[in-house]
Design a protein around this ligand. Structure first.
Ligand SMILES: Cc1cc2nc3c(=O)[nH]c(=O)nc-3n(C[C@H](O)[C@H](O)[C@H](O)COP(=O)(O)OP(=O)(O)OC[C@H]3O[C@@H](n4cnc5c(N)ncnc54)[C@H](O)[C@@H]3O)c2cc1C
Length: 367
């Protein structure tokens, strides 16, 4: 659809100048808009989002509010410095506290149930077990929390337990954050895909030809960053999740990781399970920004549910979906000032529930 000639009156609507425009209305972008408006009450703040609701990862994730499992931390240490790995744990811990303080545990159904990491490979478990004292010392230094990790056995399966993690309801989290943005006067342009960003003029251009100007820009489109700014190498990674029917019995309560976090599962309420991940069996195929289901991943997770989780015989998949994550090469997000007034905040590499709100807030401090 091309735009008709603009009416005389429409200049009033179209040519407004904003103090801040945020492109991308997921957890990071909404948080940026919210904290900026809270700090500068009179500021005109606009969020531009391509979907009717956010359509990336923030409403399509598994709701794990996690700071890191032993398997994941030790795997990170093989490729990154101790300083970077420690900083990420601290960021996730602080980000989670900010999210809980800002939105409130009850309204986002945050359950401080802790996080388990289970192992079917006992050699791997024994190898990692040696690191528990060191990691507990780290965690105490980083967060002030004592004895975060414990050795556990869950239904006879060797496990580690992290007592400072939990689960939440991502739909309620975003709905509440949206309400807070609207209440404090943030404006929205939904169904508006940004096609171009002019960081010199501080201007964005939509696919329908609308342009919006601001004193400051924040770009928080995560997995879709390279579509707008190809120089920023954030790879899309599709994630798959399914939810079961109501089960006759439910043995697994809490959040669980398996295979260095590639496979994850949790209870939803008293009798449903969510199972997701499995990108380790189709890594390259899943480097896509297209939504969809990879049958190999689905089959792998079904086998896992039957053979490892031993779900009751009548279990079925009741709902399945995908979402798109954004991965940086280093696994650390990008928070960068471009020119004088534009900040890019993206590449949360699959950990955004704990990181997203604080990243949005930090973006407002930088811009
Ligand atoms: C299946 C799955 C499971 C996950 N599970 C967990 C989990 O349990 N725990 C955890 O911590 N993390 C999890 N994640 C990752 C987490 O959801 C993300 O890291 C986080 O939501 C990223 O938030 P964001 O706001 O940066 O990006 P997004 O939520 O992706 O938001 C980006 C927004 O930008 C919009 N956009 C894109 N391009 C344009 C454009 N050109 N113009 C306008 N708007 C645009 C999109 O529509 C989208 O709404 C999971 C992700 C997936 C996909």
């Amino acid at each position: 659809m091309s735009l008709p000639h603009r009416s005389f009156w429409e200049d009033e609507l179209y040519d407004q100048k904003y103090d801040l425009i945020v492109t991308g209305g997921g957890l990071t972008g909404l948080s940026a808009a919210y904290f900026f408006k809270k700090e500068y009450n009179d500021a005109k703040v606009l969020v531009v989002e391509r979907g009717t609701f956010p359509i990336g990862a923030s409403t399509r994730n598994a709701g794990f509010a996690c700071i890191g499992s032993i398997g994941e931390i030790m795997a990170d240490l093989e490729i990154e410095s101790e300083e970077i790995v420690k900083q990420r744990i601290k960021d996730r811990y602080e980000g989670l506290l900010l999210l809980r303080e800002t939105l409130g545990d009850d309204l986002i159904e945050y359950d401080n149930c802790g996080g388990f990491e289970i192992f079917t490979n006992s050699d791997e478990f024994i190898r990692l077990q040696d690191h528990v004292p060191m990691l507990n010392e780290w965690l105490e230094g980083l967060t002030g929390e004592k004895d975060v990790f414990r050795v556990w056995t869950y239904l006879g399966i060797p496990a580690f337990f992290n007592r400072v993690e939990g689960q939440l309801h991502p739909g309620k989290m975003i709905k509440l954050l949206l309400q807070k943005c609207i209440e404090c006067g943030v404006e929205f342009r939904w169904n508006t895909k940004v096609n171009e960003i002019d960081t010199e003029e501080n201007k964005i251009l939509s696919d329908l030809g609308h342009s919006f100007k601001a004193d400051r820009l924040i770009i928080s489109v995560n997995a879709f960053t390279s579509e707008l700014m190809p120089e920023y190498k954030i790879k899309p990674g599709r994630g798959y999740v399914f939810v079961t029917n109501e089960l006759d019995y439910m043995n697994w309560k809490g959040t669980f990781h398996y295979e260095k976090g590639y496979v994850y599962f949790r209870n939803i309420g008293e009798d449903r399970m969510l199972i997701g991940g499995g990108r380790n069996v189709a890594h390259t195929e899943e480097e896509t920004a297209e939504f969809g289901v990879n049958q190999n991943i689905k089959d792998y997770l079904i086998t896992f549910a039957k053979e490892v989780l031993e779900l009751p015989p009548n279990w079925q998949i009741e709902r399945e979906w995908s979402g798109i994550m954004g991965f940086t090469d280093s696994k650390s997000y990008i928070l960068k000032l471009i020119g004088d007034n534009c900040v890019i905040a993206a590449g949360l590499s699959g950990m955004g529930v704990a990181l997203g709100m604080n990243l949005g807030k930090k973006a407002t401090e930088l811009v």
